[in-house]
Structure formats: C-alpha cells, structure tokens
Design a binder for this molecule. Sequence first.
Ligand code: PLP
Length: 422
Amino acid sequence: MTVVHAAPSWLDEIPSRLTELDRAHLLRRRRVVLPAGGARMLVDGTPMLAFCSNDYLGLAHHPALAEAAREATYTFGVGAGGSPLVSGHSAANDALEHELAAFVQLPRALYFYAGYATNTGIIPALVGDGDAIFSDALNHACLIDGARLSRATIHRYPHADLAALGVALAASTARRKLVISDAVFSMDGDLIDIPALLSLCERYDALLLLDDAHGFGVLGPQGRGSLAHAGLTGTAASRHVLYMATLGKAAGVAGAFVAGDAALIEWLLQKTRTYIFATAAPPLLASALRKSLALIAAADDLRHALHQRIAQLRDGLATLPTGLGWHLLPSSTAVQALVIGSNEAALAAMESLRQQGLWVPAIRPPTVPTGTARLRIALSAAHTAADVDQLLSALAAHAADCTATSRQKAAGTQWAPAADTV
Ligand SMILES: *Cc1c(COP(=O)(O)O)cnc(C)c1O
C-alpha cells in the first residue's frame, strides 16, 4: 500500500521565493522618511536631497494647505464616516467636485480617495464581457488591472503607436470600445499626442480614458492639465474623452477624480464598485485640495521654476560620457528617465548617489520592461538650481567610476578567454 504524503504547504516556499527576489535584485525596501525642508528629507535618519517625489510643485508641505486641513477638522471631524452613496458625501467633498470640474473645464467631476481605485473601478463600470479595450503597452498598473477586472477583450498596442491603434480599432467589431492611456507616462515622462489619440477615438466611436496623474497641475494654462494643454476642454470638450487625474502628486494631497460628460459621470457614480463600496475620502483632504486648486491656478512662477530645472538637468546630462550605454529618454515633463540597463547597474547608480547624499530611485522590472532599469529623476519646483547641480556632479562622479571600471575590465580581458567577458 502506497503512503500518500501530504504535499508541503506552499506557504513554506515564501522565504525561498523572497530569497529569489533578492538574488534577482528585485527585493524592494521601504525607507522611513521625514520632511527636512525644500526637497530635503531625513531618510532612515540620514539627511538626503530627494529626486523621487511626485510633489512637482512643492505643495505637499505648503502651510496654507496644512491650515485648510486643520481648520476643516473643526467643522467636519477627521473621517467621512461612510461611503458617498450612504452618508459620506460631505459638503467639502461636494464643493471640491464642482471646483474640480470648473478647474479642468469639463461638465462634471467625481472625486475618489485614490487614483488606483479610480481606474480599477471605472473601467469595469464602462465595459465588460464582449467589449474591447485598447491599452498602451506602457500604461500604469492600475489601468492594466482595471482592464483585467472588466473581462473585456484587451488589445495591447506598442507604446504611443497610434497607427497600430488605428488598425486595431478599425478591425474591432465590439460595440463598446474603450481606449486607455496615460497622458504623461509615469516611468518615461513623455506626453502622448492627445489630439491625434482623441480624433482616432471619435472616428471609431471609442471612449478615451486619459490618465493625467503627471500632467495635472503642471501642464496647460494655469496647470489645468494635459487635456487643457491640448486645447480640448471647455467648448472644445469631446464626449469621447473621460479625463482622470490624481491629487496626491502636483496637487500635494491625496485622491483622484474623473471628469467628463455629465451623463457619463452619473453612470460612473451609479456603477463604480470602488466608489460605492468604500468609505469616502476624509473631508479635511477635500478642504486642503480646494486650497491647492487655488494655489495651482496662481502658480505660474512654480511651473516656470520647474521648467528651468528640467532644462538644466537635461542640458547637464547631455555632457555625461557616452559609451556607458546610459540614455536619457525624451521628456519635457518633471519625470526624467535615465535608462541604465541592467537591474544591477541601476541599483549601483542609485547606491552611488545615495552615498553622495542624494536619493534617486532605481526603477526595475516589472515596473519597466526588462533591460531598461533606470534612474527615475523626479524634479520639483522645490528644487533649487544648486540642488540640480549637486545631482549632476554626483552622476558625473559615478559615470567616471563606471568608465574607469570598464577600462580596467577591458584591459583584463585582453589576456582572458572571450567567454569570460559578459
Ligand atoms: C500614481 C498614479 C496612479 C495612482 O494614483 P494614486 O492616487 O497614487 O492611487 C494612477 N495613474 C498613474 C499614471 C499614476 O502615476
């Protein structure tokens, strides 16, 4: 009689799976941070100059926002107490929605507690089994997850390849077609051609969901976002676009919203499970956000400073030695990606900068495609010209180290079998 052994529990494998991640240089570690003025932070107790925040206008620590939040706690308390469709739709959240719609010059807005929950909720509310989604290959994870949750058929097109998108739209027989795209791509920093994308959508009666997490507050007149930047809001607004943006980046607080045609927004209010079955965002955040919107509209000086820092960084990086295989992706936004290549080399660059007092995150797969591990340099109006110079010098020092090391290796390999060179 054979003895049946119970299979080892899959839970026993977790420690070795963690070890595998570590070996592949994919283990992520959180750092404990404290603000230390401007773009500086205490990171695990050590003062660092940070280039990793999405607080592009430096508003997250603005005293007026803190004051608005503090004031609001006296009127509204701290928590919303319920989901928006039960008892959690506070007067502050309601006022914010009206101001958001006016700010982005679209008919109506719906305010959410997080961007991630917005996209994972609204996509399944719009399309389902038998419908079609067309998704840019470099879209943010929450657009991808929302698409999967919807059970619609997903057509992934190469990044920014509108010709390929056009072919896929033309070939689709689905009645409901949804195109999903970042406006500014979060790991590359490039801006999609919104007018061309939207005209394709109109031609094929597809709805465009545009995620402007990195354009809102930064691009467009008075920071009204990428869609306004493209001149497609107000009287030029199309009912074929649903504009989404997050409020934890340039707006400096937390949350997100979706805006567009009033009937479409009403539909989302009725059908979005992540909206209906979740506690509304605390009203104190809405109060801080209303203040933030006013500051953003008046912040041309901050946007100007940010654009100066972007130009300074790009000019400086252009003088780094070639031959290391590093390359700076095209971007005119606050997100500047310096592609290094391997996970190991990207981590070494991050570590070298860390030792020089700078915090620039290495972004690795699966966040970016394999072989394109990079430093994601996020600039902010809170950076001074001296801050950017400090980063440029530190990168130049690391580049010089790498060049010296590869020269030594090359010298060594003259005497070694070719197979030893990798
Ligand atoms: C940050 C981000 C989100 C998620 O927003 P949260 O409010 O942080 O949940 C969504 N889309 C893009 C493109 C982002 O960069």
